[in-house]
Design a protein around this ligand. Structure first.
Ligand code: V0V
Ligand code: CO
Length: 140
């Protein structure tokens, strides 16, 4: 079901500062910057690699307000890895399959993600403490 690691989501206080760090330290390149009001984040995707099943990225996220999921995460845990996004061929089908195994779905239906993707989250409490995102990449 999981085709690849699509992205690692990292929560930070200052998006511009972290972009600069990832560019200068690892030579990564920003390929997309978006504000996602529904998710409460300002985020950037930095390209890491291309594989047979598609590309992988680092997603840097800064909360739009303290009262957002990433804002609350930062207050509670500080900066660091927030979630893992896995590529799937069909996010609605993947949700149905995972839900049938008893994993709690945060999103019953796919939502809008970065770069036109369809995304859905699984509850970290049912995935060994890892907030898990399923990502269906937009067709080109
Ligand atoms: C919370 N918990 C986590 C966690 N956030 N565990 C692992 N990783 C995380 N990121 C734990 C927390 O320690 C608590 O455990 C428990 O879950 C309940 O947490 P809470 O602090 O009370 O927070 P909630 O329940 O209000 O919210 C947690 C959930 C929330 C996971 C439900 O973050 C959520 O709905 N996330 C999905 C949306 C999202 O993350 N959007 C931002 C990325 P204890 O203390 O009870 O043991 S947007 C994105 O990635 C986009 C757009 C994209 O990729 O394109
Ligand atoms: Co994400």
């Amino acid at each position: 079901m999981l085709l690849r690691i699509d992205h690692v989501g990292i929560a930070c206080h200052d998006l511009e500062e972290k972009i600069e760090f990832y560019e200068s330290t690892f030579g990564l390149t920003v390929v997309s910057r978006e504000i996602n009001e529904e998710q409460g984040v300002r985020e950037a995707m930095l390209h890491v690699a291309d594989g047979a099943q598609g590309a992988s990225y680092v997603q840097l996220m800064e909360p739009l307000h303290p009262d957002t999921v990433v804002g609350k995460f930062l207050a509670k845990r500080g900066e660091g890895v927030h979630h893992i996004g896995y590529g799937v061929a069909d996010v609605a089908k993947a949700l149905e399959e995972v839900g049938a195994k008893g994993v709690r779905l945060i999103d019953e239906r796919p939502r809008h993600g970065s770069m036109g993707a369809s995304i859905a989250f699984l509850h970290p409490k049912d995935v060994g403490g890892v907030l898990t995102e399923l990502v269906q990449t937009a067709r080109r």
